[in-house]
Ligand binder design. Structure first.
Ligand code: MLT
Length: 324
C-alpha cells in the first residue's frame, strides 16, 4: 500500500515538473553575475541576456552577487532550485581557476552545473593608468621589477580572471607587486582611470572605450593576433613576451538537475543571440570573440571547463597563491 502511494506521489511530481518544463518560462529568469555591475562579465551577460529574453519571451534579469573572486555568486547558482528560473554567467576564473585557489570551494565546476554554452571569448590586456611611466611592454616590465611592492595591481578577487591572469604574468616576469582586490573590474577600472591604482590584467570588453579615449594605457594584448577593435595595441609576442599568451571566456550555466527541455530552450536562445547581427556587433565592437560552430553548445563548454581546471591547477599551485 505504502509503495503504491509513494509511486503515485513520485509520478505526480514528475508529471508536474514535466508540465512545468513545457510551460517554461512563465516568469522572468534571474541571471546571476558573480561580479559588480559594469564589469566584463556584467557587460557580456547584459548583451546576451537582452536577446535571449526576446527569444524566450520572458525578461532575463541580471542579479550581481559579487565576492570571493566570483565564487560567492556561483555557489548561490549551484544552490538555486533547478527549475530554469536561475542561471549564471560563469567564466575562466569561477569554472577554471577557482578549484586550485579555494580548498573549501562549495561547488565542482565540472559536476554541479548544466553547461548551456560559451557566450564570448575575452582576450586579456595588460593596462595601466594613463600616466604610468612606460610606453611598451619592456619598459613596463622593467619598471614593475624596479618598483615592485610600491605598485598597486587591481583585480577582482582571488581566482577572478584579472587575478589569475596577473598571477601568471607575475610568475613569468618574476616580479612582486601589491595586489588590490575589488568586487569586480568594473569598479577597479574606475580607480585605474582615476590613477588610484597603477595597472591590471583585464578582459578586453571592459576596456575598449577607456583605451580608445586614452583614459588608460594598453601595454599589450595576450593573444596570438591583434584585436580588430584595438589595431594599434601590440601582442605580447610582438612586444617580446611570447610566453604570456592567455584569453578568458564567459559562459552560461544552469543548476545541476535543470530539466533537459528547459536547458535545450536556453541553448537555443543563446545560439540565436550569438547569431543575431545586433548582438554580434555589440560584442565585436568591444573586442569580444564570438564562439562559432562546434565551440557553441553544452558539450563544448563541458570540455572547456574540464580542460581549464586541468590547465590552471598546476599553474596556480606552482605560483603558490591560495585564497584561504
Ligand atoms: C568582472 O566582471 O568584474 C570580471 O569578470 C572580473 C574578473 O574576473 O576579473
Amino acid at each position: 500500500m505504502r509503495k503504491t502511494l509513494f509511486a503515485a506521489a513520485a509520478a505526480l511530481v514528475l508529471a508536474a515538473s514535466g508540465a512545468q518544463a513545457q510551460t517554461w518560462p512563465a516568469r522572468p529568469i534571474t541571471m546571476i553575475v558573480p561580479f559588480a555591475a559594469g564589469g566584463p562579465t556584467d557587460i557580456v551577460a547584459r548583451i546576451i541576456g537582452e536577446h535571449m529574453s526576446r527569444t524566450l519571451g520572458q525578461q532575463i534579469v541580471v542579479e550581481n552577487v559579487a565576492g570571493a573572486g566570483g565564487t560567492t555568486g556561483i555557489t548561490r547558482a549551484k544552490q538555486a532550485s533547478p527549475d530554469g528560473y536561475t542561471i549564471a554567467m560563469g567564466h575562466m576564473g569561477t569554472h577554471g581557476a577557482a578549484p586550485a585557489l579555494y580548498p573549501n570551494l562549495r561547488y565542482d565546476p565540472a559536476k554541479d552545473f548544466e553547461p548551456i554554452g560559451l557566450a564570448a571569448g575575452t582576450p586579456i590586456l595588460i593596462v595601466t593608468k594613463k600616466d604610468f611611466p612606460a610606453s611598451n611592454l619592456k619598459e613596463f616590465i622593467d619598471y614593475v621589477k624596479a618598483n615592485g611592492m610600491k605598485l598597486n595591481e587591481a583585480h577582482a578577487g582571488v581566482g577572478s580572471v584579472s587575478h589569475t591572469t596577473c598571477t601568471l604574468l607575475q610568475s613569468i616576469i618574476g616580479a612582486k607587486f601589491t595586489r588590490v582586490a575589488y568586487r569586480g573590474t568594473g569598479p577597479a577600472l574606475n580607480d585605474l582611470v582615476g590613477g588610484q591604482v597603477d595597472f591590471g590584467c583585464d578582459q578586453i570588453v571592459n576596456l575598449v572605450p577607456q583605451i580608445q579615449s586614452k583614459n588608460i594605457k594598453a601595454i599589450a594584448i595576450a593573444t596570438p593576433e591583434r584585436s580588430p577593435s584595438l589595431p594599434d595595441v601590440p601582442t605580447t609576442k610582438e612586444a617580446g613576451l611570447p610566453e604570456y599568451e592567455v584569453s578568458a571566456w564567459n559562459a552560461v550555466f544552469a543548476p545541476k538537475g535543470t530539466p533537459k527541455e528547459i536547458t535545450q530552450k536556453l541553448v537555443d536562445a543563446l545560439d540565436k543571440a550569438l547569431s543575431d547581427d545586433g548582438t554580434r556587433k555589440r560584442l565585436l565592437e568591444l573586442g569580444g570573440v564570438i564562439p562559432e560552430g562546434a565551440a557553441r553548445g553544452p558539450q563544448a563548454l563541458q570540455k572547456l571547463v574540464e580542460s581549464e581546471v586541468a590547465r590552471w591547477t598546476p599553474v596556480l599551485k606552482a605560483a603558490g597563491v591560495t585564497a584561504q
